[in-house]
Design a protein around this ligand. Structure first.
Ligand code: SF4
Length: 538
């Protein structure tokens, strides 16, 4: 892989963490945390300042320079001319400090200036905004050599196209890419040993702002999102606390806020009052073409497909069994116990399957067993009848709710796949036919029972839905608007519910767990992990 010209701002990342550099340059990652957003705000304020030009003193701002010799390019914050000297000044967030990465960045800028002006530059400065102080950077021979070596190393990382190992130390804790990189989790999955700590809160925690109050209006104010209704503020949240926004029904949003969200790579999803997904406003198509290439290659690898399919089916059947076991702790029903034993036997056979067809058989048998007794998990006095799964069209209320819930889950999985950079339509277990989000259907197998089936059971057992919310027509069962809304609410509650991660031991909501599974899938496809472990609830 090659890149037109290496951005100067990224060169110093190689010294900080080569993996960070890879994400930013090769994968074009633009994840944000509060450090990044604060830096950006400071930059916006600086952009308001004017150039200075008076007798014997000149400051020029935001000057773009590039170099064919070093193959680097960048926009210099400030070029200062004083006492016959000219030098770059780089602005940094935070307090005054000695930092070799900053020195290398200033040196890169000086190399650009030297080539452009054809004259020697002997120094530069770094201005630290928090301390409002500048530090001189002497462009010694040693610093020049380190800078050239770093540029060379950056080029090698790009040429190689392989993701460098995580640094896995204190640097990771302030890193805006930690939610993508998952250094401790990846190490733990590969080597075991020390359990990962829950990542320090960052912007990318999968935090979703849902707004479904009819007539609500979202606008931006001083880096915050204000949600108002009839001039009354109903939510006031920092932009940094949000990872995506879902607007349901007749909710309005201001143009300036939309622009700010796009600038900060925060997608906005639109759904109807009944949960029907309309689409999303996303900053850009995911730029990780190398990942999509790896995915396309993996689809042609029959062995890998079977291995992944086994993980999906094992995840699906195991989580169905766990759901039954959980309910049966109180119910103590023999039929349920019998089915959990049957499911266990089928799960044991999954690993020995020689083909996707054989696996489909096991999955079918297990699902039939599970759905044959799902009605036993409903409260005794419920008004609903269920004798097994049917669809296209669903013929009874519970099947209508299950179908609707699975479609909501599918959209959420598609969303996570797109965010991570995978193609939702290229799957491994489900066949790839036109218009079918096969990979989303693969990943959602592990989550169907524990998110959707659980939400449907809750909606019925707590009286959120009743028979009046359904109507039968031509052998097809349809949900009323009120029923859809109630189920959407139950689904939303469930997907936002926190659960202790079965492997890592820290708490995350189901939505974020879906994202983790998708990220681990990406790591398997790029060969960073050699096994995809299904999400198995306990
Ligand atoms: S989380 Fe750590 S290893 Fe990953 S990119 Fe950031 S600093 Fe590097």
């Amino acid at each position: 892989m090659s890149i037109v010209k290496l951005p100067v701002s990224a060169v110093a990342e190689v010294l900080y963490c080569p993996r960070n550099f890879y994400y930013r340059i090769v994968e074009q990652a633009e994840d944000y945390n509060h450090h990044v957003l604060e830096g950006r705000k400071q930059e916006e304020r600086r952009e308001q300042r004017l150039n200075v030009n008076r007798e014997g003193y000149k400051q020029s701002r935001k000057i773009f320079l590039d170099s064919d010799f070093y193959n680097i390019a960048g926009t210099l914050d400030v070029i200062e001319e004083k006492d016959g000297m000219i030098y770059p000044i780089e602005y940094k967030k935070g307090p005054l400090r000695n930092n070799v990465n900053d020195d290398v960045q200033v040196c890169c800028q000086a190399l650009l200036l030297e080539e452009h002006l054809n004259k020697d530059i002997s120094k530069g400065y770094v201005f630290y905004v928090e301390s409002a102080k500048r530090r001189v950077v002497v462009l010694s021979q040693d610093l020049r050599e380190l800078t050239i070596q770093t540029i060379q190393r950056a080029k090698e990382i790009i040429e190689k196209g392989e993701i460098p190992q995580p640094v896995n130390d204190q640097r990771c804790h302030g890193c805006s890419l930690i939610e993508r990189c998952l250094p401790e989790e990846t190490k733990y999955l590969k080597e075991g040993n020390q359990k990962p700590r829950k990542p320090v809160p960052s912007v990318n925690l999968g935090r979703v702002l849902y707004v479904d109050t009819p007539g609500a209006y979202l606008r931006k104010k001083d880096g915050r999102i204000l949600v108002t209704k009839d001039k009354e503020t109903i939510r006031d949240i920092p932009l940094t606390a949000i990872d995506q926004i879902v607007l349901v029904g007749t909710v309005n949003i201001s143009g300036p806020l939309l622009q700010e969200l796009l600038r900060n790579s925060i997608p906005v999803h639109f759904a109807t009052t009944y949960g029907n997904y309309l689409g999303w406003l996303n900053p850009t198509f995911n730029k990780n073409s190398l990942l999509r290439l790896a995915q396309a290659r993996a689809v042609d690898n029959e062995n890998l497909r079977l291995v992944l399919a086994k993980a999906f089916v094992r995840g699906k059947l195991s989580n169905m069994r766990t759901l039954l076991l959980r309910y049966n702790r109180n119910l103590r029903n023999e039929q349920i116990s019998y089915v959990t034993t049957q499911l266990n036997k089928i799960i044991m056979k999954v690993e020995s399957a020689d083909s996707l067809e054989e696996l489909l058989g096991y999955e079918g048998n297990g699902s039939r067993e599970y759905f044959s007794i799902l009605h036993l998990l409903l409260k005794k006095d419920n008004e609903f009848y269920f004798s097994g799964r049917n669809r296209r069209p669903p013929r009874d209320p519970i099947n209508a709710m299950l179908s609707y819930g699975y479609s909501l889950l599918c959209k959420d999985v598609v969303n996570e796949l797109m965010r991570v950079g995978l193609d939702p339509y290229l799957g491994f277990y489900h066949s790839n036919i036109y218009g079918r989000p096969a990979l989303a259907l693969d990943i959602m197998e592990e989550f169907r029972s524990i998110i959707v089936d659980s939400a449907v059971l809750t909606a019925i057992n707590t009286g959120m839905v009743n028979q009046a919310d359904f109507r039968q027509e031509f052998g097809k069962c349809e949900m009323s608007e009120k029923g859809r809304k109630a189920l959407f609410q139950a689904y939303r509650n469930r997907i936002n519910e926190e659960i202790t991660h079965p492997i890592f031991g820290y708490k995350l909501n189901y939505r974020r767990n879906i994202e983790l599974q998708v990220r681990f899938m990406a790591k398997v496809l790029t060969k960073e992990l050699n096994e995809y472990k299904p999400f198995l609830v306990r």
